[in-house]
Ligand binder design. Structure first.
Ligand code: CTP
Length: 422
């Protein structure tokens, strides 16, 4: 549990800060919010007050009914200066969204709002999550301000590229997803505190391989890499050194993870062979092609014939060959996408591939899996099965790692049939 002070500045992305607060509280943190007057034009303070259960402050001269205390604290007898007391009590201050204007003020030390004064006085770590139009973000003035803030030890949670708030606009400047902001905050808070996966080398494969047919076409699959990236992010958050072998994944990346990009099953195999010997835990979440075209045309195949037959050959089973090479202390976890109830098939794969655990999900369901933010899986090991009910991929990743850690500490100790509470 941590005390998070959220500063909200003006921008359409302010609505996402409500979700950030909801997730932070759900994760057990306590939150206080301060807003700039402009942000009130986008989101009213009543919403933040309802979620946090604490007053929201906007002006420096406003009396704080909670006297700078967080919801878990008893307010002091005296009336402290709000901005000083709030930052003193906070474990971390995050400004999300951070507008171009607020970033400029923070970089130059302007203290004309409660948010800016609080940031200037903060003894705790400060993170900012910029969100704005792409031209504003890429403007040298904004970039110089961000560079200044980075130099001064402020963590900048860079925005994503994609659809922007204003209709029809696209580019870099989207506020990072609230769940990612929370996990970045938790990583900052975790620095220096012993973590359950400290020093553990975790290798994750993610995404889906593509097998070329000719110079422009390939046989691929629908895996987005979201589950693998969620596992990587959770392992990182728990202190692990994380390497991700990413097969065609177009998702935001962490500066604290090592990525090896691959396209084909053969490239994934070569990269996995190289990285596997130094890992303690392999999470094989990638969808690896089982077949590839036997002959790849050097140029683009012309549509000269009415039908076209492709001859396919089997690829190697990467996971099986890695599991065969494992030494004591290495844990090998596979994933199986099965149509319908795949439990029996998963048990068979667990034995056939000689795995420590296999995680199975039902790809016939539309509400989970491919391209979805959600998943529902069954964790299968020699000790039994655990259903991890439908939840976000970040929550599923956390539950999977809990079970993997239990497996590593006592291979047959965890109870069969336990469930994740959501
Ligand atoms: N896998 C692998 N190499 C392959 C195919 C699969 O390493 N060529 C890995 C996947 O990354 C996954 C696990 O094996 O972790 C299970 O994949 P799956 O395709 O479900 O298993 P298969 O043994 O290929 O069984 P099926 O007959 O159902 O395709």
């Amino acid at each position: 549990m941590a005390r998070l002070l959220l500063g909200v500045s003006g921008g359409i992305a302010a609505y996402k800060s409500l979700e950030f607060v909801r997730l932070a509280i759900k994760a057990g943190h306590v939150v206080r919010v301060i807003q700039t007057p402009t942000s009130e034009r986008f989101v009213g303070k009543a919403s933040f007050e309802a979620l946090t259960g604490a007053p929201v402050l906007i002006s420096e001269f406003e009396r704080d009914p909670a006297r700078g205390a967080f919801p878990d604290q008893t307010p002091p007898d005296h009336e402290p200066i709000s901005h000083l007391q709030l930052v003193r009590n906070a474990d971390l201050m995050i400004v999300a969204p951070a507008s171009a204007n607020t970033i400029a003020k923070l970089a130059t030390g302007v203290a004309d709002s409660l948010l800016c004064t609080a940031a200037l006085a903060a003894p705790c770590p400060v993170a900012i999550a910029p969100a704005m139009n792409n031209q504003m973000f890429l403007n040298p003035a904004t970039q110089a301000n961000l560079a200044t803030l980075r130099e001064r030890g402020i963590t900048v949670l860079d925005p994503d590229t994609g659809q922007l708030g204003s209709k029809g606009e696209w580019g870099v400047g989207r506020l990072r997803e609230p769940s990612e902001l929370l996990s970045a905050c938790e990583q900052l808070l975790a620095r220096g505190v012993p973590q359950p996966m400290d020093g553990l080398n975790v290798l994750v494969t993610a995404g889906g391989t593509r097998e070329p047919i000719d110079s422009v076409r390939y046989i691929g699959n629908r895996s987005s890499g979201r589950m693998g990236f969620a596992l990587a992010s959770e392992a990182l958050h728990r202190g692990a050194n994380v390497t991700v072998i990413a097969a065609n994944v177009a998702l935001p990346r962490s500066p604290h993870v090592t990525y090896v990009d691959v396209e084909t099953a053969a490239q994934l195999q070569a990269a996995s062979q190289e990285k596997f010997p130094s890992c303690d835990l392999l999470l094989m979440a990638a969808a690896v092609a089982d077949y590839r075209p036997s002959d790849v045309a050097d140029t683009k195949i012309k549509k000269e014939q009415r039908t076209l037959a492709l001859s396919l050959e089997r690829t190697d089973d990467v996971l099986t060959s890695l599991a065969l090479q494992r030494i004591p202390g290495q844990t090998v976890v596979g994933f199986a996408a099965e149509h319908g109830d795949g439990l029996e098939a998963a048990r068979i794969k667990l034995a056939r591939k000689d795995l420590d655990a296999i995680i199975v999900n039902d790809i016939s369901r539309q509400d989970i899996g491919f391209d979805s933010e959600a998943n529902e899986v069954i964790f299968v090991s020699a000790a039994g099965e655990s259903l991890i009910p439908r939840a976000t991929k970040a929550e599923i990743a956390a539950a999977i790692l809990d079970l993997v850690l239990q497996l590593r500490s006592a291979p047959t100790a965890y109870a069969s049939g336990s469930t994740l509470s959501t």
